[in-house]
Design a protein around this ligand. Structure first.
Ligand SMILES: [Zn+2]
Length: 316
């Protein structure tokens, strides 16, 4: 449930400075504010604790509804009918300091922001989208935590591009830079057996990227990972339920008419399988240039790359 670690590290560093700063200024007893928001058919019981943020409580509410809209876009509907979200305003920081999602019959998201959290930080935030994506997948055994974190890490960026909240080249730049972190290192075993942060977050995200590409390839771009994930959510209660990994993968594969999820799980979960990332990015038309990446439309899988981030309504 924690953010991808290179981001978490920055948040932790900022947080430790800010806790010290907050204790100096003496923020007084925390205040509480509660409101019920809607996200389509779903309700979000939002509680805010701590000192009022500089941007105002109403801006925190539009942050929540904005993230919910991004996740609704990807999944068609909000992942669960009802969720509680607790925002804790703590410290004098200007950012979003991390979040956590809890399943069960009453799903709950907890997230922290600094008192000086900026409008821009909320607009560009990925943390709350990541946490809301967690709601859509049934809970899995600890061995498969990489699947939950990988889906949250991968879908967050794709969903934001689909919604116009993130530029496609920024997404592919991040994948190009960070997906190699998910490859097995010396001594690593399959994803079910090596639980380092790199393998958990980026190894899981790598599984999702390869699966998304393969589903698009095998269905002539008519289906993608989002169809599988929607079907898994629709077949159950999202994070309110606990499922076996086999049940999850079977439900997803049935929705795309492929065996991509099960086959790739077989390859990557039990042994340290390393997809050829250089070739994958080249085929997708993601080319490294000075200071970033260039997206090429003359690459063999450029249409797959574009289909992955196309808004759902514009898919063929
Ligand atoms: Zn997470």
């Amino acid at each position: 449930m924690n953010p991808p670690p290179q981001r978490a590290l920055a948040a932790r560093l900022a947080g430790s400075l800010l806790v010290a700063a907050a204790s100096l200024v003496g923020l007084g007893p925390p205040a509480r504010a509660a409101v019920v928001l809607t996200a389509g058919e779903a309700t979000i019981a939002l509680e805010t604790t701590g000192p009022p943020p500089r941007v105002g409580l109403s801006r925190l509410q539009t942050w929540v509804t904005g993230a919910a809209a991004i996740v609704r876009g990807y999944y068609g509907t909000f992942p669960v009918p009802r969720v509680s979200i607790v925002i804790t305003v703590r410290g004098a920081g200007a950012g979003v300091d991390g979040g956590r999602t809890f399943g069960g019959t009453s799903p709950r998201i907890e997230v922290e922001v600094g008192k000086l959290v900026s409008d821009e930080a909320l607009t560009d935030d990925w943390v709350l989208v990541h946490e809301m994506v967690h709601l859509a997948l049934p809970e899995v055994d600890d061995e498969q935590n990489w699947l939950a974190e990988g889906i949250a890490t991968y879908v967050e960026g794709v969903a934001r591009v689909q919604a116009g909240n993130l530029a496609a080249d920024a997404l592919w730049q991040e994948y190009f830079s960070d997906m190699p972190r998910g490859l097995p290192g010396v001594g690593d075993r399959g994803l079910d057996h090596t639980h380092t942060w790199a393998r958990t977050y980026w190894g899981g995200a790598l599984y999702c990227l390869v699966a998304d590409v393969r589903i698009h390839q095998q269905t002539a771009n008519r289906r993608g990972l989002s169809d599988a994930l929607r079907a898994i959510r629709d077949a159950g209660g999202g994070m309110r339920e606990v499922w076996s990994v086999k049940r999850i993968l079977d439900a997803g594969d049935a929705a795309t008419g492929t065996t991509v999820l099960a086959d790739l799980y077989h390859d990557m979960a039990e042994q340290p399988s390393a997809p050829d990332l250089a070739r994958l990015f080249r085929d997708l038309g993601v080319e490294a240039v000075s200071g970033g990446v260039r997206l090429r439309d003359d690459a063999p899988l450029a249409a797959v790359r574009r289909a992955i981030t196309a808004p759902p309504a514009r898919r063929p």
